[in-house]
Design a protein around this ligand. Structure first.
Ligand code: TEU
Length: 564
């Protein structure tokens, strides 16, 4: 394979440290816990780990409210632990990517404390302060975690902007000193050996300076700020400037509300801004009026349309970040596959193959490689995340949903589903901690756990190993073009990846039933099966796919259609 940037052929493993592995028995995962599990990560074959925030924090949003960008929160360890982790990861050829939360700080960050202390403070302009508007907030925007996006500071009588929660005031990127301070943070971590950054909600850093009212959509109490804060007027200027401070490090931006046109700028292959962006169009397909709180099921037809469009439109111009899961999403096997029964394993593998073999950098969220599932929440008291707690209170109090409806939606969509402890073995607390875990362990840990899967060659873990290895073996799976096979059934995702050397066919049945796919038979003649999640039949040769079947074939180039 020709040499290419490591993140193009490699996969990234996302670690939510609080729930990964607890090395000191306080019920909370930590940096040394990650260190102790590096061999497991190495075995999977990933090229990098991305660690979500582990910095001192206000403690409101599980680390996404940073109170000191250049340190490790004592609950996770000390900076020496981080330095040792980087060395140990590098010795295994695993890069380390860290999360930078630069749209906002915590409300107890010294910059904000100073900013709010006095209207004339040097740091006043580090944040976005405005006078009241006829006795009300400066505009009608709502915050993502509930309530208005403005909070009044009684001391000065002015309001500060917070797109998420009052505990997360937005930084004012217009201020040169703010940007310089943030670039110094990047330098500090580069000196600690990190290989890349994931930038939290980076598409929101540049706001429309007029801060106009937003439309109040049905089912909402406040105006929608997104048209005025996402992909704002100076975002690309700021990112080009930021890029000068990180040289050739890999950087992925979380870009909510990003369009393809915007992604072509953020993630252009000349990398003048970022290496790639996380877009959410495929994850938002089951959203609706009440944001994500519903039990709608993602349509396979729409999913395919979105994923294929991103593949085709970015091809040769920008680079995709591929993901089903992260710390904000429910578990994918519960969302698009089967979380129990004999098809659990098959569907988890199919979802892995469908995603990883498209063009882009695949991300695996801890436990996805084991087929970990959503948690069966039954009461409000089990919830940790302010997003779902606030939504529960708002929607049950305003009579929009009953307790039962809201708990059903939470079981399907809450971010807490991703945050239950990693299931290492079938011992106490799934081997996550000898103390009391900060979140309950999913009761299915007795049969879904790492220990059970590592040595089983047919396990989900080993299937993930195989797809990661396949991308390293065949260059067409990395830089090769993406050619959809259509028309096929809406639930069948069939595509060919090809370059000058090879052509590989990927076919995945997203349905919980056998489906005909005669359209692919012609490609299979004299071709070689590289991978399958079905070990008991070869009906695929006659064009029949089993429920959730996923197959990967190295094509004999003389067969199939000339036009490919
Ligand atoms: O998420 C940004 C974001 O837009 C999410 O809040 C998303 O809309 C939500 O999770 C959907 O349910 C990032 C972080 O990934 C998230 O954990 C933080 O809470 C948020 O930013 C604020 O920093």
């Amino acid at each position: 394979m020709p040499s290419t940037q490591w993140w193009k052929s490699g996969a990234v493993y996302q670690i939510y440290p609080k729930s990964f592995y607890d090395s000191d028995g306080d019920g909370i995962g930590d940096i040394n816990g990650i260190h102790q599990k590096l061999d497991y990560i190495h075995k999977l074959g990933v090229s990098a780990i991305w660690i979500t925030p582990f910095y001192p924090s206000g403690g409101y949003d599980n680390g996404y409210d940073v109170s000191n960008y250049c340190d490790v929160d004592s609950v996770y360890g000390i900076i020496d632990d981080f330095d040792s982790l980087v060395l140990a990861a590098h010795s295994r050829n695993i890069r380390v990517i860290i999360d930078m939360v630069f749209n906002h700080t915590a409300s107890n960050h010294p910059w904000f404390l100073e900013s709010r202390s006095d209207k004339t403070s040097d740091k006043r302009d580090y944040y976005i302060w405005r006078d009241e508007n006829c006795g009300h907030e400066p505009n009608n925007w709502g915050a993502l975690f509930g309530g208005p996006a403005w909070t009044k500071d009684e001391n000065s009588g002015q309001y500060y902007l917070h797109l998420f929660s009052p505990e997360q005031p937005d930084l004012n990127w217009e201020n040169d000193e703010v940007r310089k301070s943030l670039y110094n943070v990047l330098k500090w971590w580069i000196n600690h050996g990190v290989d890349g950054f994931r930038f939290d909600v980076i598409s929101l850093i540049s706001k429309d300076p007029n801060l106009p009212d937003g439309v109040i959509e049905s089912g909402h109490s406040y105006g929608n700020s997104r048209p005025f804060v996402a992909n704002g007027p100076k975002v690309h200027t700021y990112l080009k400037e930021l890029r000068q401070h990180i040289n050739d490090k890999m950087c992925v931006g979380e870009a909510s509300d990003v369009t393809i046109d915007e992604a072509l700028k953020y993630a252009s292959i000349d990398e003048s801004e970022l290496s790639m962006v996380f877009q959410f169009e495929h994850m938002d397909l089951d959203g609706g009026e009440s944001f994500k709180w519903n039990d709608r099921v993602i349509s396979h037809k729409e999913l395919k349309e979105v994923l294929y469009r991103w593949q085709i439109e970015l091809s040769g111009k920008a680079w995709n970040a591929l993901f089903w899961c992260n710390h904000d999403q429910p578990r994918i096997v519960s969302r698009l596959g089967k979380e129990t029964g004999e098809l659990w394993e098959c569907s988890a593998k199919m979802l892995g193959a469908a995603l990883h073999l498209m063009q882009g950098t695949p991300y695996i969220f801890q436990g996805e490689e084991l087929g970990m599932t959503n948690y069966p929440f039954t009461s409000f008291d089990e919830l940790q995340d302010p997003e779902s707690k606030n939504a529960y209170i708002e929607y049950t109090e305003n009579g929009m949903f009953t307790h039962g409806q809201m708990m059903n939606y939470i079981c399907k969509k809450a971010r807490d589903n991703a945050r239950t402890p990693m299931q290492w073995n079938n011992e106490k607390n799934a081997g996550f901690s000898i103390g009391t875990p900060w979140m309950p362990v999913n009761p299915n840990y007795t049969y879904i756990n790492a220990q059970k899967q590592i040595d089983d060659k047919h396990s989900i873990f080993n299937f993930y190993r195989d797809i990661i290895a396949l991308r390293k073996t065949y260059s067409c799976l990395v830089l090769g073009s993406f050619v959809p096979i259509e028309p096929v059934n809406d639930s069948i995702f069939a595509y060919i990846r090809k370059d000058g050397e090879n052509e590989i066919l990927v076919v995945c049945n997203f349905a919980n039933e056998s489906l005909q796919c005669y359209e692919i038979i012609k490609y299979l003649k004299n071709s070689k099966q590289l991978l399958s999640n079905i070990y008991y039949n070869n009906k695929i040769l006659s064009g029949i796919l089993a429920p959730y079947q996923s197959d990967v074939w190295l094509l004999n180039k003389n067969e199939g259609e000339e036009s490919l």
